[in-house]
Design a protein around this ligand. Structure first.
Ligand code: SAM
Length: 251
């Protein structure tokens, strides 16, 4: 796979409707399918022609590859088999969409470089923004606000992958480093454990992205997670866990 001078990833490009230059030389476009010109019907000429047919839930790119990742997955789960919207934008699987988006976001974050930007685009015509944001362990930096409550709206959420060692306040980096060291634990097992510890320590349940500041994540809480990883995850590299998870100053 040739990635020289490729700094930008579109993780599900469809017909690249939002792109100014639909073949930007520094971008890599992926989608789960390819469709010929005219596939939309109605005399339209668009084609769906990604550089690689790839699943955003399991990408073939190395960690930290891109400076900018844009992620606009399908927004709708209730579409007829032959609907125009399904053809153009794809369709969420009504049974698995939450897990699919979670995995997609996690992969986007993995292939994003440190200090890289992730743009997540969502329209709330069927599923509210908060329901989707609850699947994401990070908090956005900002998004476009609107007062228009009468119709569905599209929002662009901007995230940055700031490493914890450089003052980042996001918990995912530490969390993911812990997970990488403990491949035999599933992400779900580790996530559940963290939630349990946080709930016990803080007495209330929040989603992971909300435990992101020094006030929320006490050293005591992190120490408990650290100790659990040390006990449960064989092969864990103590130095890295210490650096990433126990560094109260950094968090
Ligand atoms: C809302 S459209 C993207 C629109 C695009 N941003 C544009 O400007 O035209 C979502 C796309 O995600 C693709 N998709 C759905 N599931 C996917 C997956 N698991 N991996 C990669 N692409 C996927 C669909 O095929 C569809 O083309």
């Amino acid at each position: 796979m040739e990635l020289t001078n490729k700094f930008i990833l579109d993780a599900c490009c469809s017909v690249k409707a939002m792109w100014y230059n639909k073949n930007h030389p520094n971008a890599v476009y992926i989608d789960i399918r390819k469709e010929p010109s005219g596939f939309l019907g109605y005399g339209r000429k668009e084609e769906l022609n990604p550089d690689y047919i790839m699943d955003f839930r399991k990408m073939d790119f190395p960690d930290n590859t891109f400076k900018l990742v844009v992620f606009e997955p399908p927004h709708l789960s209730k579409l007829g088999k032959t609907s125009y919207f399904r053809k153009k934008f794809g369709c969420l699987n009504a049974e698995t969409w939450q897990d699919d988006l979670k995995r997609g976001f996690s992969e986007c974050w993995r292939v994003l470089d440190d200090y890289g930007t992730l743009i997540f685009k969502w329209s709330d015509s069927e599923i509210p923004f908060q329901k989707v944001l609850n699947l994401i362990r990070e908090n956005p930096l900002f998004y476009n606000v609107t007062n228009n409550k009468s119709t569905s709206v599209t929002k662009w959420f901007c995230f940055m992958k700031i490493p914890i060692a450089n003052g980042g306040t996001n918990f995912t980096s530490a969390f993911d480093d812990g997970c990488k060291l403990g491949r035999e634990k599933t992400l779900k097992e580790i996530e559940d454990k963290i939630q349990t510890i946080f709930k016990e320590e803080l007495g209330e349940e929040k989603r992971l992205g909300q435990y992101s500041s020094a006030q929320d994540i006490s050293n005591k809480t992190l120490k408990r997670f650290h100790e659990w990883l040390q006990q449960e995850v064989s092969g864990a590299n103590k130095n890295v866990i210490d650096k990433c998870i126990l560094n109260g100053d950094a968090i």
